[in-house]
Design a protein around this ligand. Structure first.
Ligand SMILES: Cc1cc2nc3c(=O)[nH]c(=O)nc-3n(C[C@H](O)[C@H](O)[C@H](O)COP(=O)(O)O)c2cc1C
Length: 289
């Protein structure tokens, strides 16, 4: 998830039982231009494996060049984002906009598949809007292009994050393609993940929003208050190792999620959103009960 799934968070999720990780979507243009902010996003550690580096773009030639650069970093897979609904991404013909152009979709997928020896996967939504749920077409195109596996978020682009992820369609897709399918959308707990895995026929399920502040979702364990405080401090420390003091600011959005369910979360939240140092975080945690 853009803005969340950086190296620190991926390491934490793996330490709690995640089966694999993805980077956030990374611009193929930025990669081939060697843009430093973009290349920072490509960094990962061994403990995040298996890891897929996810790229987005609309030009098959650029996507292919980016994939060749990425292959040198030896991730376990390259994933093509064909599901992002952010207007700044779809506006340039990338992300979920690719779903509207089957010819371009096939060119992008084929060019990346042909350029590298790594497995190439894709992440899609079920269509552009409720009137164009063209998943049967898009899934077949990906299959024919040599894509190794797909992740499906069961919403249309127009839905953004409203409504619910349609697990009936995800399940239908899992039944109609030989490609392994990873189901995505609205998984709330470890048990929910197990149920959806069993019921959908997917080979795996993907957990996004509900892992933020709750990496224990990957193991089904319920941490006590000490475990939560320790995780918060570990997370902030890792963020500082990656980003210096700015890591504290960047970690605020995670911290407020860790404390979400506590009785006095709103007062601790106020302290967390203003924390500038790890001491501020420690101080805030002394109020948590
Ligand atoms: C803030 C945010 C950022 C996201 N960024 C990405 C991304 O970079 N790549 C991607 O494939 N999906 C991205 N997603 C979509 C999620 O991977 C996932 O498919 C979606 O949120 C539904 O699953 P969930 O209910 O478990 O979060 C993002 C979602 C959110 C909320």
């Amino acid at each position: 998830m853009a803005g969340y799934t950086d190296s620190s968070f991926r390491q934490i999720c793996m330490s709690q039982g995640a089966g694999m990780t993805y980077t956030e979507l990374i611009s193929a243009e930025g990669i081939i231009r060697n843009n430093s902010k973009t290349t920072d996003l490509l960094k990962f550690t061994e403990s995040e494996r298996p890891i897929a580096i996810q790229i987005f773009g609309s030009d098959p030639a650029v996507m292919s060049k980016a994939a060749i650069i990425i292959e040198k970093l030896s991730p376990d897979a390259i994933d093509i984002n064909m599901g992002c609904c952010a207007p700044k991404i779809t506006g340039s013909g990338s992300g979920a906009a690719v779903l509207c152009d089957p010819v371009k979709m096939s060119k992008i997928a084929e060019s990346v598949v042909k350029s590298v020896n790594l497995p190439v996967s894709a992440k899609i939504r079920i269509g552009w809007d409720l009137n164009s749920k063209n998943y049967k077409t898009t899934v077949k195109i990906l299959e024919d292009s040599g894509i190794s596996h797909i992740a499906v978020h069961g919403r249309t682009n127009s839905q953004k994050y409203s409504g619910i992820s349609d697990w009936n369609i995800i399940s239908e897709i899992a039944g109609l393609t030989p490609m392994p399918v990873i189901g995505s959308g609205d998984i709330e707990s470890y048990d929910d993940a197990c149920d959806k895995l069993k019921q959908s026929g997917c080979k795996a399920v993907m957990i996004g929003r509900n892992a933020v502040g709750n990496p224990w979702i990957f193991s089904g364990k319920t941490p006590d208050i000490k475990g939560i405080k320790n995780m918060i401090l570990k997370h902030v420390t890792m963020m500082m190792e990656s980003y210096g003091n700015y890591g504290v600011i960047l970690s605020r959005k995670h911290l407020v999620k860790y404390i979400h369910d506590f009785r006095n979360s709103s007062s601790v939240r106020q302290l967390m959103v203003h924390a500038e140092t790890i001491d501020d975080v420690n101080q805030a945690l002394t109020h948590l009960m």
